[in-house]
Design a protein around this ligand. Structure first.
Ligand code: HPA
Ligand code: ZN
Length: 354
């Protein structure tokens, strides 16, 4: 009797393979779909704006502020993030913040970005909606003209506030309807399920806005089901906890619902204890449309390429994984089909140039 042919042992990625995958990730054009623009405020810019606007900060120096960036969970981050945003008062502040992000995005070969903004963080301090949206729109137009980066704005409702507050925010933003492509849901997830915002999302849907929501970052898989079935969102922001629910993974895979995953954010907010345990590889292997994003790069230790580099290193992602992630970033975007196809073609040409 002949013994069965042994199965080939999987070939481990060599350090050279991983280095090549990192280099590829850095070099190719990508879209970023999950970046809170207020989370791109670097400590230096927070201090410069505080001085320009005469705002007192509860930190003595840039170093003292940076030293406070030791988070234990989402809420411990949000408390500091909202304090940082308090220096934003005038249209130029919003424009300067977003322009600084676009310069960093350019350095990382980001060619399209979809920026979240949190108007309630500003309107609650007396900053008019017009100031926020006009400032951000100015930077988006400049990024297109001077850097060749296209962008969309996505207005996020703060889920720790009431649905009535979200509805009032939507009404205040409607005079600027042409400047934002969709709405999202962010802030403290636990205890604030998507169902709380069913009516305002239904209204946004009627208005033709694109819909996304944070779900399954700290919250349970049930919040992802709710975001899909009650809010009827097109993308899930984070969504990493879907892996706890096999039926949910099957649904996300079958419908190719994009997940905008943020590895360094998950590490810094203790969603994972080590990047080597990050679920990104499992999400890809399950056939999900996962993307890599920076979330709040000034707070979490890196912009898009740093997220790619550290994730590829920690999980030994392959060049094929990197290509898949970059393709997903365009397919999951809210670009019109013509622009999407052009950017996908540009990506394929860039991959071939090896
Ligand atoms: N989760 C929820 N709300 C947020 C985040 C996040 O990662 N960043 C900014 N607001
Ligand atoms: Zn986020």
């Amino acid at each position: 009797m002949t013994s069965p042919t042994p199965l080939p042992t999987p070939v481990a990625a060599t350090p050279a393979d991983t280095a090549a995958a990192v280099a590829l990730a850095r070099r190719i054009p990508k879209a970023e779909l999950h970046i809170h623009i207020e989370g791109s405020l670097e400590p230096e810019l927070i201090f410069a704006l505080a001085q320009r606007n005469g705002v007192a900060l509860p930190y003595a120096s840039v170093a003292a502020l940076r030293a406070a960036y030791a988070f234990t969970d989402l809420q411990s981050f949000l408390d500091i993030y909202y304090a940082g945003a308090s220096v934003l008062l005038h249209e130029a502040d919003f424009a300067d913040m977003a322009w600084a992000y676009f310069l960093r995005a350019k350095a990382d070969n980001v060619v399209h970005a979809e920026l979240f903004f949190d108007p309630q963080t500003h309107t609650a301090r007396g900053v008019p909606m017009a100031t926020v949206i006009r400032g951000l729109t100015t930077a988006c137009a400049r990024a297109r003209a001077e850097l060749g980066i296209s962008s969309h704005l996505i207005l996020c409702f703060l889920r720790h506030l009431s649905e009535e507050d979200a509805i009032a925010t939507l009404e205040a933003a409607l005079p600027f309807r042409e400047h934002f492509i969709g709405v999202g849901l962010d802030s403290s997830e636990r205890g604030h399920p998507p169902t709380k915002f069913e009516r305002v999302f239904a209204r946004c849907r009627e208005l033709g806005l694109r819909l996304v929501a944070h779900a399954g970052e700290e919250g349970p898989p049930d919040y992802i089901w709710q975001a899909l079935d009650v809010l009827r969102v097109e993308r899930i922001d984070h969504g990493v906890r879907c892996l706890e629910d096999a039926a949910l993974v099957a649904r996300l895979a079958a419908e190719q619902v994009p997940l905008t995953v943020c590895p360094l954010s998950n590490l810094k907010l203790c969603v994972v204890s080590d990047l080597a345990d990050h679920p990104m590889k499992r999400l890809l292997d399950a056939g999900l449309c996962a993307t890599v994003n920076s979330d709040d790069p000034a707070y979490f230790g890196g912009y898009l390429n740093e997220n790619f580099a550290q994730t590829v290193q920690a999980l030994h992602l392959t060049r094929a994984d990197v290509v898949q992630l970059a393709r997903n970033s365009f397919t999951a975007s809210f670009l019109c089909d013509e622009h999407r196809q052009a950017l996908l073609k540009n990506l394929e040409q860039s991959i071939e140039k090896e």
